[in-house]
Ligand binder design. Structure first.
Ligand code: ZN
Ligand code: ZN
Length: 91
């Protein structure tokens, strides 16, 4: 099935708007379902309380409480991009 998926069609869903690379340790904001690399969103939310994608205010004090590690999404990314798991960059 996966070979019928066009990478360019799904790329917006599996890339991180903060580092513009493919998601690494994909983490999804449960409030708006936007996804980022874990390290990117943790770093961003240290100084911000809004979603970097849609600007929604996530939490008045600790925005990280609405960020969940998304293993389903990460598994999908690794299935689509097996070399990513081996650490080979796709950029
Ligand atoms: Zn990132
Ligand atoms: Zn958002």
């Amino acid at each position: 099935m996966t070979d019928k998926v066009k990478l360019k069609d799904i790329k917006p869903y599996i890339t991180c708007s903060l580092c513009e690379g493919y998601l690494i340790h994909a983490s999804t904001i449960t409030e708006c379902l936007h996804s980022f690399c874990k390290s990117c969103i943790v770093k961003y939310l240290a100084d911000n309380k809004n979603c970097p994608e849609c600007d929604k205010i996530l939490h008045p004090t600790n925005p990280l409480t609405v960020v969940m590690v998304d293993n389903t999404l990460q598994d999908l990314i690794y299935k689509l991009l097996p070399n990513l798991k081996k650490g080979i960059p796709y950029l």
